[in-house]
Design a protein around this ligand. Structure first.
Ligand code: NAD
Length: 504
């Protein structure tokens, strides 16, 4: 690992030009959220350190751009093998610093590896488009050329997977990369960086800087960076989109969410409840695809759902992520724990019915961990702050409506549009829902409709700033620019006159 000893504690530094680079200035604590203890420090890169990483990526670009795509793909194959061989080590780091339970961390990791698998197909997806004889002896083709140095800025909640949404596709398309992962859980991305290096990637093609706003602002303003992929909260996504755009960069910025699930009266209730439990409380609700709102259609549906959810919540196993028998671990930081708890207080004040209260929850032996029990509110209304805001914690709000159309109107009127889902046995209703709802990713009896690696991931409204989604076919478009070439080889000896009309 890229660490240096500092007062008996390791500091996670940077990875630039194929080498570990120690932090030189500011640093901050990294906590184990299950114990509340400081386990490491993370370096916070200065502008100068980020510029070093950009310079390394720029220097590596010409040779990498001209490296045959099959050779670039072969490095991805090797990378995939190394990831699989080292999965347990990465997963343990994810659990240690993020807090999610080992089985959940393993799921995150495997979804990241699937993107690497897709990237191995680059020789196929970069073939371009060709048209012969578009005119007399004229051929035309489009090719997809890399952009140059591109950057990725990622959130705390998927420290391995979200970086892997970005750099495998960017690199295999011929770009060089600078990653700025979350400073809250830096060790898993650093290990992934080491494995990529061991896969035979030339120095400087991939670089990693840890840091905060100073590092991000440097990436957003440096003229050598051609494009930026961002995933994180909506206020920062909007800032990144505007600042990167104002500095002439191509930007995709994926933001926050408030995902609703509609429960129809004809739904298979037991399966809907199981699905909602996993989608609302898995990873402590710290997923951008978590279900935060269940909209029940009809009073009776609401009553049945509430009864079953309450019973299930009493069985929810909350504890340290290192114990694989747990369902849910702690929240990421003390500060975030206080924020989520504050929302539960707020919901009570706003008059929502608190059916299950996760406050005051404690795990024996882990009294300083950031544990909150699963929380359930009934009779939440659209004016309430707990309905409007992304809470990003284990809090499920139930909103009761009378018709499916009312449920759809609620979803359409919400500021976010990342994911949504409907539980029903009615194919016609499901088809109408998926066709008309104003949300980017839709599930039909599927609570977390996270697209597989060969589709693309993104939301609508304030959940995505930009035009192209993450990974899959959209990533090929985002990380390349099209060049269209028209070619003619006139027969020798034939003299052609000048043509003054527009070529047709
Ligand atoms: P965040 O916005 O706080 O941080 C994301 C990144 O931005 C980090 O690398 C961080 O260092 C950087 N950053 C933070 N403040 C900054 C500032 N003022 N200026 C410049 N850079 C700054 O998000 P988070 O708390 O790490 O992650 C949780 C959020 O991410 C949630 O809102 C969640 O919904 C969202 N998320 C969205 C998706 C998606 O695909 N839409 C996926 C995962 C997470």
């Amino acid at each position: 690992m890229n660490t240096e000893a500092k007062a008996g504690i390791e500091t996670v530094g940077h990875f630039i030009k194929g080498k570990n680079v120690a932090g030189r200035g500011r640093s901050q604590n990294v906590f184990n959220p299950a114990t509340g203890k400081v386990i490491r420090q993370v370096a916070l890169a200065s502008k100068g350190t980020v510029e070093e990483a950009i310079a390394a990526a720029e220097a590596a670009y010409p040779a990498w751009r001209d490296t045959p795509v099959s050779k670039r793909a072969r490095i991805m194959f090797r990378f995939k093998e190394l990831l699989e061989q080292n999965a347990d080590r990465v997963v343990a780091l994810l659990t240690e610093e993020h807090g999610k339970v080992l089985h959940d961390a393993a799921g995150e990791f495997s979804r990241g590896v699937e993107i690497v698998e897709y990237a191995c197909g680059a020789p196929e997806f970069l073939k371009g488009e060709h048209s012969k004889n578009v005119g007399p002896a004229i051929d035309s083709w489009s090719e997809f050329q890399p952009l140059g140095v591109v950057a990725g800025i990622t959130p705390f909640n998927f420290p391995a997977m979200v970086p892997m949404w970005m750099f495998p596709m960017a690199i295999v398309c011929g770009n060089t990369f600078v990653l700025k992962p979350s400073e809250r859980d830096p060790s898993a991305p650093m290990m992934v960086a080491q494995l990529l290096h061991e896969s035979g990637l030339p120095e400087g093609v991939f670089n990693l800087v840890n840091g905060d706003k100073e590092a991000v602002d440097t990436l957003l303003t440096d003229p050598r960076v051609q494009a930026v992929s961002f995933v994180g909260s909506t206020p920062i996504a909007e800032y990144v989109y505007q600042t990167g755009g104002a500095n002439g960069k191509r930007v995709q910025a994926l933001g926050g969410a408030k995902n609703h699930a509609i429960v129809m009266p004809d739904a298979d209730m037991d399966n809907a409840v199981s699905a909602l439990m996993g989608a609302a409380y898995g990873s402590c609700g710290e997923r951008c695809m978590a279900i935060a709102v269940a909209v029940t259609v009809g009073e009776e549906t609401g009553d049945v759902l509430l009864g079953k959810l309450k019973a299930e919540l009493e069985q929810l196993k909350v504890g340290p992520g290192s114990d694989n028998s747990n369902d849910m671990g702690p929240l990421i930081t003390r500060q975030h724990f206080e924020r989520v708890k504050g929302y539960v207080d707020q919901g009570e004040r706003e008059g929502a019915e608190l059916v299950v209260d996760g406050r005051g929850f404690s795990v024996t032996g882990h009294e300083n961990g950031y544990f909150l029990g699963g929380t359930l509110f009934d009779r939440v209304t659209p004016e309430m702050k707990i309905y409007r805001d992304e809470i990003f914690g284990p809090v499920l709000c139930v909103v009761r409506v009378d018709t499916m159309q009312e449920a759809m109107d609620l979803i359409d009127q919400h500021a976010y549009g990342n994911g949504t889902c409907i539980f029903t046995r009615d194919g016609e209703a499901a088809r109408y829902f998926s066709d008309h709802i104003k949300v980017g990713m839709v599930g039909i009896n599927v609570p977390l409709p996270v697209p597989v690696a060969y589709h693309s991931f993104g939301g609508w409204k304030r959940s995505l700033f930009g035009d192209l989604y993450a990974y899959g076919p959209d990533a090929v478009r985002f990380y390349t620019r099209r060049k269209t070439i028209t070619q003619r080889w006139p027969s020798s000896g034939v003299r052609e006159g000048a043509q003054f009309s527009f070529p047709a």
